[in-house]
Design a protein around this ligand. Structure first.
Ligand code: ADP
Ligand code: MG
Length: 357
């Protein structure tokens, strides 16, 4: 396993990139630590696959370098980088049996047959295809084929890293959950460096120790699930993560006071260098709906089981609040913001607070 440094990588698919919009990856500079379990999370088209393929060697970046344990591998092939990659759709040999498909990457490297057998059986059990072991892959369902593909990625233990590109897309929901927990277990047991691409926050947050959030060709935040929830560095992280996401509203700052429309909100400190387009962000979990605070109107109440999501309007803007199952929703509702949950953004980036003057 290896530490992977992404050293000032930029990538454009077209020739002669000039403006920032010409780049599928604008500038990525980051280290994936040896043995880490990472998720690359972001919406479709934000550059996740591009970044993964640059790490594995399928795409050569327009600018920058890739280092494995300090060694420059930018011009090396996938094979030379010794990487296992699992794609969104099955990549298997149709005419081989399930067993032989899994044995192939090992036999290819001259692993002794006893060891091949031990490892293949272990993986076949994990992907739940024991009864299909002797069957040719050709006749299998898309779901089963993808499990073989996943197994092929996991069968070798001598790889520098295992990269997954939305590997569970064609797998049914129950099996998805099961495979994801097994991946997590494998990671704990063997300490593989694993990088898992997904657009699904649940998948990312349950798999990874560190989540790398991408947006529009850039990494906007790297953090633990708790950090992404509590302190979104960018408004995009705020509304992409969480269910529902963070409420973000235009605001003006006056010392330790924020103004939203005609309302004033006390801040936990003085925002530093809050210039540009200012917004206040607060997660629905920190909006207290009751009889005190700013008047709102209620659009809709959604019962989601553990709690209710109340869709309100504050100063003509949407504001979601989370109310406990047994919480009271008064006829003349008002909201207050828990200071601990207030974030201030300038041009979409979070600003820190100085000490309250
Ligand atoms: P993601 O995996 O996050 O959905 P991609 O890395 O596939 O994003 O794509 C990032 C951007 O690069 C998108 O705008 C996409 O259209 C573009 N792109 C991806 N692959 C190619 C390609 N082979 N040729 C040209 N443009 C591409
Ligand atoms: Mg992709």
């Amino acid at each position: 396993m290896a530490r992977i440094d992404i050293d000032h990588i930029r990538h454009a698919y077209g020739p002669n990139p000039k403006a920032s919009k010409d780049y599928a990856l604008k500038e990525v500079h980051h280290t994936f630590e040896d043995g880490g379990a990472y998720a690359l999370l972001g919406p479709s088209g934000c550059g996740k696959t591009t970044l993964l393929n640059i790490m594995s060697g399928l795409v050569e970046p327009s600018e920058g370098r890739i280092l494995f344990d300090g060694r420059d591998v930018t011009r090396l092939s996938t094979q030379e980088r010794n990487i296992a990659q699992v794609f969104q759709f099955p990549v298997i040999y149709d005419t081989m049996t399930v067993y032989d498909n899994l044995a192939f990457p090992l036999r290819n490297r001259g692993v002794p047959e006893v060891e091949v057998d031990r490892k293949v059986r272990e993986i076949i059990a994990m992907i739940d295809l024991e009864t299909w072991s002797k069957r040719k892959a050709r006749g299998l369902t898309a779901d089963q084929k993808q499990k073989i593909s996943l197994g092929r990625g996991l069968v070798r233990s001598d790889v520098n890293a295992i990269l997954f590109d939305e590997p569970l897309t064609v797998i049914d929901p129950h099996m998805k959950w099961q495979l994801r927990s097994q991946l997590k277990q494998l990671h704990r047991r063997f300490g593989y460096t694993m990088i898992y691409v997904t657009h699904d926050q649940t998948e990312a947050l349950s798999f990874a120790d560190k989540v790398v959030v991408m947006f529009d060709g850039e990494i906007v935040q790297i953090g633990t699930p708790a950090e992404l929830f509590e302190r979104p560095r960018h408004t995009f992280v705020g509304y992409f993560i969480g269910s529902p996401g963070m409420n973000v509203m235009p605001a003006a700052i006056d010392g330790t006071i924020a103004r939203v429309g005609s309302q004033t909100i006390a801040l936990p400190g003085m925002p530093v260098a809050a210039t540009g387009s200012i917004e206040l962000g607060i997660r629905p979990e920190f909006v207290r709906l009751g009889r005190e605070g700013m008047p709102v109107t209620i659009d809709k109440i959604e019962d989601v089981g553990r709690h209710r999501i109340v869709r309100t309007r504050l100063e003509g803007r949407d504001l979601a609040a989370i109310v406990p199952e047994d919480g009271d929703i008064p006829a003349d509702p008002r909201v207050a913001f828990d200071p601990a949950g207030i974030n201030i953004y300038a041009d979409s980036w979070r600003v820190d607070y100085g000490s309250a003057a």
